[in-house]
Design a protein around this ligand. Structure first.
Ligand code: LLP
Length: 409
């Protein structure tokens, strides 16, 4: 089901014309569809319904409090990687027993809070982190549940910069270190080894890497002989960013996981970010100028790489859609760019587009994940607003940063 689509030549989000929103709110702004968000969550839950996994939304993909509250309402947990994310998840009302904490550099302050709040799992990524938790744990009367993150030496077949499962990456523990650490934890009286976790990368659209990971997990579980209460399979499920890109086939993935779980009593945890929120938002922007330089024409938007970093950072493609589609077409060598003083502040090249003029609005699609959360004040540009749409209703869920606030810091 698609809640952001063109109806009678107008781009609509749920029951609202985006043009109406663009005229009401100051551009650029992020605009979310709550129904799309929920639809994606349910699609994932549905695909894996026979194993009823714990779905921990990956807060790094989007940490807007109102959106986290919507996810909490439908049963989501949270995957967090910092004290800030942990506090936000708790503030959204997510129960500590539905929160997992990953990351290679958790500080003592972060670990203490996670332990105090009694979250579901702290996924440790090194022996030194384990020693620190063990030291802290002595002051607590309860055993602290921990997981260990395995580096499965499987690459996610995705963009180099968002692959985490290869042996040359900083994440997780190698096969041998993992086995040795399991033995060590068994002897620690204040810790209980409850989970194994993996996450091999993001935007994975083929099933092969997941298949390989499950086979490595089988091997290591047999080797360590630990009855893990939880198997945290991470996130990484890819979505479709363009018509020729397929999203991950959840049915096939679910079949593999079902088979993998046959001889186990473990509960599966997923940490999806992009799959839940990626296609639930657009970034609405106004065309400031159309400029010709040599034989190219630049369509200069008021949104730049500080608002949406993915194209500059990963060469990521985000479709650009005019809010109002005209029959007349623009033809030639055009490029959509932002106003930021960096030559990498480019969004996409086009040969043919609906006729647009200065002052018209466009939307960058599929920006819900790692859009706002990667944004910055670069070039002293304010953090922009976020708008949430549900049915025919819309409201601000993050106010645009004021210039006063911007200049005072
Ligand atoms: N779990 C762990 C341990 C992770 O490191 C990540 C993402 C996730 C879960 C969620 O992955 P997802 O389901 O969203 O693929 N900024 C990049 C993506 C970085 C992903 C970092 N880790 C981008 O814009 O593509």
């Amino acid at each position: 089901m698609n809640y952001i689509k063109i109806r009678q030549n107008n781009l609509c989000i749920e029951n609202i014309s985006t043009l109406k929103l663009a005229k009401k709110y100051k551009t650029p702004f992020y605009c979310y569809s709550v129904s799309q968000l929920k639809n994606n969550y349910y699609a994932l839950a549905q695909a894996f319904q026979s194993i009823k996994p714990i779905i921990c939304f990956s807060v790094k993909s989007n940490s807007n409090l109102a959106l986290l509250k919507e996810l909490k309402k439908i049963g989501s947990g949270a995957d967090v990687v910092s004290i800030g994310e942990l506090l936000k998840a708790l503030k959204a009302g997510i129960k500590p027993k539905k929160i997992v904490f990953s990351g290679i550099g958790k500080t003592e302050e972060e670990l203490r809070l996670a332990i105090k709040k009694q979250i579901l799992l702290i996924n440790i990524e090194s022996e030194n982190e384990l020693n620190l938790i063990n030291k802290i744990s002595k002051k607590f009367y309860k055993k602290i549940p921990i997981g260990i993150r395995l580096n499965p030496n499987v690459t996610g077949k995705t963009h180099r910069k968002i692959s985490t499962g290869g042996k040359d990456e900083k994440f997780g523990l190698s096969y041998n270190d993992f086995v040795n650490l399991c033995k060590k934890i068994k002897k620690m009286r204040n810790l209980s080894l409850e989970g194994v976790s993996v996450h091999i990368g993001s935007q994975i659209t083929s099933i092969e890497p997941f298949k390989k990971v499950l086979s490595v997990l089988n091997k290591i579980i047999n080797k360590t002989k630990v009855n893990f209460k939880f198997i945290d399979l991470g996130g990484g499920m890819g979505i479709s960013y363009s018509p020729n890109e397929k999203q991950i086939n959840l049915k096939v993935y679910a079949k593999l996981v079902n088979k993998f779980l046959k001889d186990k009593k473990s509960k599966v945890i997923f940490e999806p970010g992009r799959f839940i929120i990626g296609n639930a938002a657009i970034l609405i922007s106004r065309i400031i100028y159309i400029k010709k330089n040599n034989n190219k024409k630049y369509i200069i938007l008021d949104a730049g790489m500080n608002n949406l970093m993915r194209p500059a950072l990963y060469n990521a493609h985000h479709e650009i859609i005019p809010l109002k589609i005209k029959n007349k077409k623009l033809k030639g060598n055009f490029e959509f760019v932002g106003p930021v003083c960096e030559s990498s502040d480019k969004f996409s090249k086009i040969q043919k587009f609906s006729q647009v003029v200065e002052g018209d609005f466009v939307a960058l699609a599929n920006v819900g994940a790692y859009g706002m959360s990667l944004s910055s004040n670069y070039n002293s540009r304010p953090i922009i607003a976020e708008i949430m749409v549900h049915g025919s209703k819309h409201k601000i869920i993050r106010k645009r940063q004021s210039l006063e606030n911007l200049v005072n810091n």
